[in-house]
Ligand binder design. Structure first.
Ligand code: PEP
Ligand code: MN
Length: 338
């Protein structure tokens, strides 16, 4: 249920709605717009019906939210959400934010080398996994805490914010100490305990679409995070599993404009994990930006042939630089910046 308050509603009017909601065990979510305040009330339909909200002072309109995702929906918030990563960098505004770096953190030397290259090519944030969700238990699992320390040291040296994956609810606090954005990987998109845990965190969350998840399921997972109070969610299309096996995943370009119609949350694209091979990364990235993606997350490695994970889909820094130049032209054509 969405309650639209009148522009001249007083603090007492607001408090009255909140008190009545609280008595019925409903969780209010407040969104303050430039003109009006909107209160989202989430809870059992019976409890919502028990309140004659239209008769409350200061209430202009009561709108039932039909979609199963509530806080995530455009109905709840008309304006695009802009998620601050640092005081200077935000996702969801005019700037298309590019995160780049290796699949996995391998050593400080390698991460610094890659970080310097991607920064000079125009990336504004760094990626790198310390906890890696590998298909095989025998494959490199990531450097763990040591990796997080390297990430944060390099981030400070280069003055670039970072995103890294958290796989275990018990590690959320730890990862939040070292990274600026918490990544929920595709394999964990429906790990509801993990979603609830990052929902309790104060850090922005990058939520990747599951390997075989629908757009509705992606939005429901974002709802889990927001329902815990963390409204700083960035969605990510990274390709889905289809009958096609010549690419690692099928990049669902339509998810980008569709998500933007259904939700106020920003959505970025990961062309690397969709492609599986470096020579498809550029074209997919360009399509994503043209379709309205708010950012990109791209795997780059100075020596892809020696990378411990996902070397085949990692771009060489020179190729990444050329791609960034091409992307600038697309951004300009759609009135955005990169
Ligand atoms: C990654 O970004 O390193 C990763 C493992 O991606 P995904 O969860 O999309 O497979
Ligand atoms: Mn990877």
């Amino acid at each position: 249920m969405i309650i639209v308050m009148r522009p001249n509603a007083t603090k007492e009017d607001m408090d009255y709605v909140l008190q009545r909601a609280e008595k019925l065990g409903l969780k209010p979510h407040i969104s303050k717009g430039t003109e009006r305040t909107i209160i989202g009330l989430i809870g059992p339909e019976d409890a919502l019906r028990a309140m004659p909200l239209e008769a409350f002072p200061g209430v202009e309109k009561v709108i039932p939210v039909l979609a199963p995702y509530k806080l995530v929906s455009r109905e709840f918030k008309k304006e695009d959400s802009v998620i601050p990563i640092t005081s200077r960098l935000k996702v969801g505004g005019k700037q298309i934010v590019v995160f780049a770096g290796p699949c996995a953190i391998e050593s400080e030397k390698i991460l610094l080398e890659i970080g310097e290259k991607v920064r000079s090519a125009g990336a504004v944030a760094m990626r790198g996994g310390a906890f890696k969700p590998r298909t095989s238990p025998y494959a490199f699992q990531g450097l763990g805490l040591e990796g997080l320390k390297i990430l944060s040291a390099v981030s400070k040296k280069l003055d670039m914010p970072t995103v890294t994956e958290v796989m275990d609810p018990r590690d959320v606090g730890l990862v939040a100490q070292y990274a600026d954005v918490l990544q929920i990987g595709a394999r964990n998109m429906q790990n509801f305990n993990l979603l609830k845990e990052v929902g309790q965190s104060k850090k922005p969350v990058l939520l990747k679409r599951g390997l075989s998840s629908t757009i509705k399921e992606l939005l429901m997972s974002a709802e889990y995070i927001m329902a815990e109070g963390n409204h700083q969610v960035i969605l990510c299309e990274r390709g889905i599993r289809t009958f096609e096996d010549m690419t690692r995943n099928t990049f669902d370009v339509s998810a980008i404009p569709l998500v933007k119609q259904l939700s106020h949350l920003p959505i970025i694209a990961d062309p690397s994990h969709a492609a599986g091979t470096w020579n498809l990364v550029g074209p997919i990235a360009k399509a994503a930006v043209a379709a309205g993606a708010d950012g990109l997350i791209i795997e780059v490695h100075t020596k892809p042939e020696e990378a411990v994970s996902d070397g085949a889909q990692s771009l060489l820094p020179e190729k990444f630089k050329t791609l960034m130049q091409e992307l600038q032209k697309i951004a300009l054509a759609i009135n955005r910046e990169i």
